[in-house]
Design a protein. Structure first.
Length: 69
């Protein structure tokens, strides 16, 4: 888990194909670069739009693509 603070660049909705529940996909720009965050509707508020800021704890799933020497 990590703490993140990032500016929201774009918000889209999507549906989980297994549970059929809707969720939000937030494209954000933070100190680690551009990332996508997934958000349940229960955590959304009126600030969840382009230009808004997200703050909080996130669980990262990462994959090493290339090692730089």
């Amino acid at each position: 888990m990590a703490v993140i603070s990032a500016e929201i660049l774009d918000v889209k909705t999507s549906v989980n194909e297994f549970t059929k529940k809707e969720f939000f996909v937030l494209r954000c720009d933070g100190t680690i670069g551009e990332v996508e965050l997934l958000c349940s509707p229960e955590f959304a508020n009126e600030n969840m739009k382009a230009g808004g800021v997200v703050n909080g704890y996130v669980l990262f799933r990462m994959e090493v693509m290339r090692i730089i020497n």
